[in-house]
Write a protein that binds this ligand. Structure first.
Ligand code: HEC
Length: 136
């Protein structure tokens, strides 16, 4: 085998290994729990501002804790899809995907879920099961 071939084979092996890694990071397993520190403090702060503008007129913050408990056992992706397609009720689906994601971080924050270092990543939502915060 010539040197050039070996180099391109190495690149191929590397590309295959990279493609099979989880999307969230190179070392971490993707999260499966809502309480695994899946959102960041800064993101929740950004979400709070958006929440005030788009949701607060109809929902007090305390609305969401029991709602999330009622959703226990369901994938987070299902909840997120409902939220993005049905809310705000007076203008459904009107926000950007990232804005809904930030609002979800705020909702998790005020409902007592654990904060983490990284912001929410919606590509992981289907693997995350809604559960209750361990602290409660
Ligand atoms: C104009 C009023 C209004 C606004 C604004 C609004 N909602 Fe709602 N929302 C409702 C009503 C009405 C319901 C259904 C009430 C119920 O079943 O308790 C609801 C239900 C929900 C539910 C529970 C769904 C379920 O079936 O468990 C979530 C989550 C939710 N809203 C999130 C949001 C978010 C996030 C925003 C802001 C982007 C928002 N809402 C803005 C009126 C509104």
């Amino acid at each position: 085998m010539s040197k050039g071939n070996r180099v391109s084979l190495n690149i191929l092996v590397y590309a295959v290994a990279l493609a099979s890694m989880p999307l969230v990071g190179f070392t971490n397993e993707p999260p499966t729990s809502l309480d695994a520190g899946i959102f960041s403090k800064d993101q929740a702060k950004a979400g709070k501002r958006l929440y005030k503008q788009h949701c607060k007129s109809c929902h007090e913050g305390s609305y969401f804790k029991p709602v999330l408990l009622a959703w226990r056992g369901e994938p987070l992706s299902t909840f997120f899809e409902l939220m993005t397609s049905a809310m705000p009720e007076n203008d459904p689906g009107s926000l950007k995907h990232d804005q809904y994601t930030d609002i979800l971080a705020h909702i998790l924050n005020i409902s007592g879920y654990t904060r983490g270092e990284k912001p929410l990543n919606s590509t992981t939502f289907s693997a995350i099961t809604i559960d209750k915060p361990a602290s409660k």
